[in-house]
Unconditional design. Structure first.
Length: 232
């Protein structure tokens, strides 16, 4: 059992460390998106710096990056000949490691994103119906406020509570509840500055806040591009 969990975690961390936001930012705009906006590598900052289409691509790739470690972990569990609950722990270990890899990527100097899309991808692989049930709520929050961080801060703990309830009811493994709780804690931790800005009323909306770091108030090319893309 233990070797499956350890190998799953290692693979998950390696996959999570692949920063699609950086790759897409360099291809589409020729910039390191960590030098702009929030400094993160996730889809929200890609939208700010490289436009909506690039951001959607990163969302899809990051979700896939969260899905893959779950199935890899479960497959390793099958190879190890362990039971269903133990396989769930192997999948959860890979998923949690992928979240850690996205936030602290070894391939990118340990400067990554906030793991919202990859964290959701893992939850989608664990329980598609439960994860999908949160999508309409997330869409309403984004459509009503145009603040992506508010959606992330709301959905992460909601996902954790939902998975804990499902585990308590015997519908979903406790391993998945443990994953969701740990992932939510990391996501909230990485959104500390966003929470502060939300409380102060200064959190940027979609298409805003993409100026180069250290150059607040200057509307650089990435910002203009993102705003143009958002209007299309």
């Amino acid at each position: 059992m233990w070797w499956a969990i350890v190998v799953s975690a290692l693979i998950g961390y390696a996959l999570g460390s692949v920063q699609f936001g950086i790759i897409v930012g360099r291809i589409t705009r020729g910039v390191d998106i960590r030098d702009y906006g929030s400094g993160a590598t996730g889809a929200t900052n890609v939208i700010r710096t490289s436009g909506a289409k690039a951001g959607v691509l990163v969302i899809i790739l990051d979700i896939a990056k969260g899905i893959a470690p779950v199935y890899i972990g479960i497959a390793l569990g099958h190879l190890a000949g362990i039971d269903h609950d133990a396989r769930a722990w192997a999948g959860a270990a890979g998923a949690f490691a992928a979240v850690c890899g996205h936030v602290w990527p070894i391939w990118a100097g340990f400067r990554g994103g906030k793991a919202v899309a990859s964290g959701f991808g893992a939850a989608l692989a664990m329980n598609p119906l439960a994860a999908a049930a949160l999508i309409p709520v997330a869409a309403i929050v984004v459509a009503g406020t145009r603040i992506m961080s508010l959606m992330s801060i709301t959905m992460a703990p909601a996902m954790a509570v939902l998975f804990v309830v499902l585990a308590a009811l015997g519908i979903s493994p406790w391993a998945y509840a443990a994953y969701a709780t740990g992932a939510a804690a990391i996501i909230l931790y990485k959104h500390r500055s966003n929470i502060s800005r939300l409380l102060a009323g200064t959190e940027p909306r979609i298409g805003r806040g993409g100026e180069k770091l250290g150059d607040a108030g200057a509307a650089g090319a990435p910002v203009a591009h993102a705003e143009t893309a958002a209007r299309r």
